[in-house]
Each structure stands twice: as structure tokens, then as C-alpha cells.
Design a protein around this ligand. Structure first.
Ligand code: BTN
Length: 242
């Protein structure tokens, strides 16, 4: 896989055929670095899950983002990354995805892309996995995962998707650093059907909370209005529709 790096003068792209996880490779590289792998043997997902990363079909990459995209902005940056990937998929594959808070890209009810954002020193490491040309998934995954190939019936160019994702990531992280979180929060509420009025369940460390989604707070966390009328702020975990 190769892209025209002259279009990204501030980026250095490191291409790997096979690695454990691009999250590990990216850590310690200077801001602007993008590590892309054709295959990951221990791809990391959110909440300790694995990210299935077979060779030659998916797009797996991590970018190193510099301050002011720092830890304090991590939750909103995560939302900005979701919008970026949603738009890249729309532009390259012509497929409209929903975003399940905080950043699962869905086609129908199945996931086609995921985002893992962590901090390393002063930097944010943004890990993106997109199911591009997989023709099928194994039994355990086929109910919850899909690919752009499965949904559209045609193959898509991973390099083009990488270039489009980098363009959009640059755009939305710049928007965040120049205009602050509000603009990203507003755009996310338009881009995701999960911000308002969805009946969901979320498992926290203490309990399972069921309610209806009721907007985002200033940091990008999600409010849920419970059956008892209480407005609870969800900081961690993922929501699932009920
Ligand atoms: C999720 O659980 O939805 C997040 C998945 C993130 C997967 C990507 S693939 C590239 C990068 N390297 C990893 O090990 N994980 C992220």
C-alpha cells in the first residue's frame, strides 16, 4: 500500500507488512507520523478487545497527533476522529455510516470501523481500523461486523481511503484546536443518531444503566435519561441499543 506523501508534507508514513499493533509502533514516534500495517497479529480494540486484522483486506493505521490535541481533549478528539472516518468512507466508498457514541462506525447495526485513541507523553495516538475488503467474517463476528465490500458488493481502494482519512483527520483536529470543542460537539450530534433519543443500555463498573440518550456534555461524554428521570453522564464504555 502506498499513498502520495507529497500531499501530506507534515506527515511521515511508515509502512509495515506485519506487526503486533500499530498502536505500539506509533508510540514514541514524533507528531505527524502515521504507521500503517497490512496485517496486525494483536490488533487492539477499545476496552481490552482485540481488533481482527487479517492481511490484505482491512485498513489498519495509527497517527501521532501533537499538542494542542492533548489528553484533556481526548474525548472530543475521539468524536472528531469518528466524524473524519465517517466522511472518508462516504467520499471514497459512497456509503453512509452512523456513529455509535463514542466512535463505532456502523452500517445498519453492524460495525465497519473502530477508533482507539490513547495518549503517549504529550501526544494523542489515534488508531483507526476499517473493514474494507473482507468478504466474510468468522462465526463469532459475522453478526456484529461488516465491511465496505460486503455492503457495497465491490472492492474499495485502501490507499485512497487512507489518504481521505488523513485529510479529514487533519481537518477536524485543526477545527478542534482552532475553534474549540463546541464545533466538534455540534457536528457530532448531527453525524450520530445516538446523541439524542436512542434507547440504550450501558454497562458501567457499578451497574448496567438503561435509558434514552440526551445529548453530550462539554467534554464529549454522553447523557442518558433513565426510566426514573435521572440524567446520568456516561464517561466510559460503549452503548448498545435496547
Ligand atoms: C474499537 O474497538 O472499535 C477500536 C478498534 C481500533 C483498531 C485499530 S486498527 C489500527 C490500530 N492498531 C490497533 O491495534 N488498533 C487500532
Amino acid at each position: 500500500m502506498r499513498i502520495d506523501t507529497t500531499r501530506f508534507p507534515h506527515r511521515k508514513v511508515v509502512w509495515l507488512e506485519k506487526t503486533e499493533s500499530t498502536m505500539l509502533d506509533a508510540a514514541g514516534h514524533p507528531p505527524g507520523t502515521v504507521v500503517v500495517a497490512d496485517q496486525q497479529t494483536a490488533g487492539q480494540g477499545r476496552q481490552g478487545h482485540r481488533w481482527h486484522s487479517e492481511p490484505g483486506t482491512g485498513l489498519y493505521f495509527s497517527t501521532v497527533e501533537s499538542p494542542p490535541c492533548t489528553a484533556q481533549h481526548l474525548p472530543v478528539a475521539t468524536l472528531a476522529l469518528g466524524i473524519a472516518v465517517q466522511e472518508a468512507i462516504r467520499d471514497v466508498a459512497g456509503i453512509g455510516c452512523d456513529i455509535r457514541w463514542p466512535n463505532d462506525l456502523l452500517i445498519g447495526s453492524k460495525k465497519c470501523a473502530g477508533i482507539l485513541a490513547t495518549t503517549h507523553g504529550d501526544c494523542v495516538i489515534a488508531g483507526i481500523g476499517i473493514n474494507v475488503n473482507q468478504r466474510q467474517f468468522t462465526d463469532g463476528l459475522s453478526d456484529i461486523a461488516t465491511s465496505l465490500r460486503i455492503e457495497s458488493g465491490q472492492e474499495h481502494d485502501r490507499e485512497e481511503l487512507l489518504a481521505a482519512s488523513l485529510r479529514k483527520i487533519d481537518f477536524y483536529l485543526k477545527l478542534l484546536s482552532e475553534e474549540g470543542p463546541d464545533s466538534v460537539l455540534r457536528l457530532f450530534a448531527q453525524a450520530s443518531s445516538y446523541v439524542y433519543g436512542r434507547r440504550v443500555c450501558v454497562d458501567t463498573a457499578e451497574a448496567s444503566i438503561t435509558g434514552v440518550t440526551d445529548g453530550l456534555d462539554a467534554s464529549g461524554f454522553l447523557y442518558i435519561r433513565t426510566v426514573g428521570g435521572e440524567r446520568r453522564l456516561i464517561r466510559n464504555g460503549g452503548v448498545r441499543p435496547v
